[in-house]
Design a protein around this ligand. Structure first.
Ligand code: 5GP
Ligand code: ZN
Length: 111
């Protein structure tokens, strides 16, 4: 999608610090990390948010979460997956992304 920063990152038009990539998805480090490990996982195809994505793509992403968590070394200690959605969800980039956060103890409830 035109003018979508994550579509541009997926296409390699904007550089990113990649953690995992295949033909369907890309995982890269967040530019403003909120934890020692903070990776964004996106489908290369543009979906605005979790309401728009198809189940097959979403299930595929779940498998990649496991893979990324293992690669980051946070699968055993635990981690948080966040999908901000819409205005109240504080979504700032309208291309579906999962935040994978770990490397420290998280707070609950979220602010
Ligand atoms: P949201 O607020 O939409 O859930 O999350 C968007 C995330 O994308 C933020 O955590 C922000 O730091 C990250 N982000 C925005 N622009 C870029 C960028 O150009 N590169 C990278 N690596 N992360 C970005
Ligand atoms: Zn996009």
């Amino acid at each position: 999608m035109e003018n979508c920063i994550f579509c541009k990152i997926a296409a390699g038009e904007i550089p990113s610090n990649k953690v995992y990539e295949d033909e369907k998805v890309l995982a890269f480090r967040d530019i403003d990390p909120q934890a020692p490990e903070h990776v964004l996982l996106i489908p290369k195809q543009h979906f605005d948010n979790i309401l728009e994505v198809d189940g097959e793509t979403f299930a595929y992403m779940q498998g990649i979460v496991k893979r990324v968590a293992n690669e980051l070394g946070i699968a055993e200690t635990g981690f948080r997956v966040v999908i901000n959605t819409g205005k109240d969800g504080m979504q700032s980039v309208n291309h579906l992304h999962m935040h994978i956060l770990g490397g420290r103890s998280m707070q609950w409830p979220p602010g």
